[in-house]
Design a protein around this ligand. Sequence first.
Ligand code: ATP
Length: 148
Amino acid sequence: ETFNLVQLADETADMLHMTFQRMIRVHTTNKQDIRLSADKEKIRQLLVILIDNAIKYSKEPIDISLSMHKNVVRFSVADKGIGIPEDEMPYLFERFYRVDGARSRTTGGVGLGLSIAKRIVDLHEGQIDVFSKPEQGTTISIAIPQKK
Ligand code: ATP
């Protein structure tokens, strides 16, 4: 199944903007059309998980960036929120893991989001990376090789 990732990101951003009234910007470097052959509904779910986390753990606008270079599709979701402490990084993708129960209690959630995100990325033989600084924000980047 081949679809336009830019369009999917726009749709997902619009949907979450309407629901949560948060500004979500979509940026693309080269073209308006990034064809990805992947499981569209799983990629949608992946975007929802990452944007939903950005909404929960930040207050400023959220930035989604998309690009394609040499048959690798990359996208990231960036927020300027509370960030993730360095020592928690290794556990983020474990099921039911949540950073510091106290700070997370108010946001709800069970700690499944990122473990599902990781699984979806693995299914596509991709890579997921987390860049984060406490009090500055978090960027989660995904790279998915484009099948030929
Ligand atoms: P849910 O199952 O509803 O997604 P959750 O958000 O707690 O619940 P994960 O998405 O797996 O679970 O995230 C795990 C933990 O990583 C969160 O509890 C949160 O502390 C931290 N985290 C994830 N994304 C961010 C982010 N954008 N900014 C700060 N912390 C984050």
